[in-house]
Design a protein around this ligand. Structure first.
Ligand SMILES: [Zn+2]
Length: 369
């Protein structure tokens, strides 16, 4: 009749065994205990070292007999190594997305299931450094993979710029209205995601997997909805042409490509390099010109002028702006303005936003408009 025996055991005892932890910033290996709370708590004695959300935990390659884990929101090289089978099973059952980053779970299966042509192209890039292979490879990258990559890049970018998505309700409504009009004119489906980020950097960019971000710093410098609409349309052009994916393959380096080949992207520090590359360096000049033409077409189909966007970019950069993704690879903002002004008909369609919606959009990050 030992009714109390079940509850005499603490519900969440610290679990030890042989769990090793690397914090990702030093090479020091620490023996730790784990505790299953709302998140996975990693402790060294009394000292709390880290807490990982179960949904962010991913499996990494490991030798037999060991479960090796990393976490999307932890430093890229942070690792947990678990040798106790019972504990490993418990972790696997709690971490619902543990294998989300695997293409078909196993490297070899991934390659066969994906495409031999893609694998051959990667090998060509790695061995011979053929940048052209990036063009051939990009169309072969599965969209699901690109989306996962985009999600990781997304959190890196927010961390890098210390930015969050602004969500003032009226501003968000206006932004959605604007993006929806542009997206439909661009012939893109509803999988496009977009937002305004609370960074004062005057920039905008597209991420792999269908995300477009506008930085509040650029919005702050804009004087009307057409100026911003053209910028967003330009980024939609990059999405449509999958330029970010191409840029990642091109600039991401050998280890990134090997990670791509084996489906292990989250464990790769190259990914950080890659997502940095996304926003600090640039697309090819050709890709930029194409995106500009795409934007001009999108605006004209809506009966709106493209020239205001050229004026915005010139205002932001002066004559030789560089270092911003929407700007840097262009020879001169003046040339862009010329391109956008050429055969630019006067507005024939209704304004994309009412003046009240425009004011709401300007205030989307809570600053003064
Ligand atoms: Zn661009």
């Amino acid at each position: 009749m030992a009714m109390a025996s079940d509850i005499s055991v603490p519900p969440n005892p610290p679990l030890g065994g042989s769990v090793a932890y690397f914090d990702g910033t030093s090479s020091r290996r620490r023996m730790v205990t784990l505790r299953f709370a709302d998140r996975l708590e990693i402790n060294d004695g009394e000292q709390a070292l880290a807490a990982w959300a179960y949904a962010d935990i991913r499996r990494a390659d490991s030798p037999a007999g060991m479960l090796r884990l990393n976490c999307l929101t932890a430093p890229a090289l942070a690792r947990l190594e678990v040798r106790d089978t019972g504990l490993a099973n418990e972790l696997v059952s709690r971490c619902t997305n543990i294998d989300d980053h695997m293409i078909g779970r196993r490297g070899v299966a991934a390659i066969v299931g994906w495409s031999l042509a893609a694998a051959a192209s990667i090998v060509a890039v790695v061995l011979f450094g053929l940048p052209l292979a990036a063009d051939r490879l990009t169309p072969l990258v599965p969209e699901a993979f690109e989306r996962r990559l985009g999600d990781v890049a997304d959190s890196q970018v927010k961390t890098m710029f210390d930015a969050k998505v602004c969500d003032n309700a009226a501003g968000q409504k206006a932004f959605v209205k604007l993006v929806t009009a542009l997206r439909e004119s661009a012939g893109l489906d509803t999988s496009v995601q977009s937002g305004v980020l609370s960074s004062s950097v005057p920039n905008a960019f597209a991420l792999p997997g269908g995300k477009v971000y506008l930085f509040n710093g650029l919005l702050a410098k804009a004087e009307n909805a057409d100026e911003i609409a053209g910028v967003l349309a330009h980024e939609l052009g990059h999405l449509k042409h999958r330029d970010s994916m191409r840029g990642l393959i091109h600039n991401g380096g050998t280890s990134f490509l090997i990670g791509l080949l084996f489906g292990d992207i989250t464990g790769s520090s190259a990914l950080i390099f890659g997502s940095r590359t996304l926003v600090t360096s640039s697309h090819s000049r050709e890709a930029e010109t194409d995106a500009d033409h795409f934007a001009i077409d999108v605006m004209h189909r809506l009966g709106r002028p493209a020239k205001p966007t050229g004026e915005l970019l010139l205002r932001v950069t002066g004559k030789e702006g560089k270092g911003l993704s929407i700007i840097s690879s262009h020879p001169l903002s003046e040339d862009r303005l010329a391109r956008m002004s050429r055969q630019d008909p006067p507005a024939s369609g209704p304004p994309l936003l009412t003046s009240e919606e425009w004011r709401s959009l300007k205030a989307i990050c809570g600053g003064k408009s």
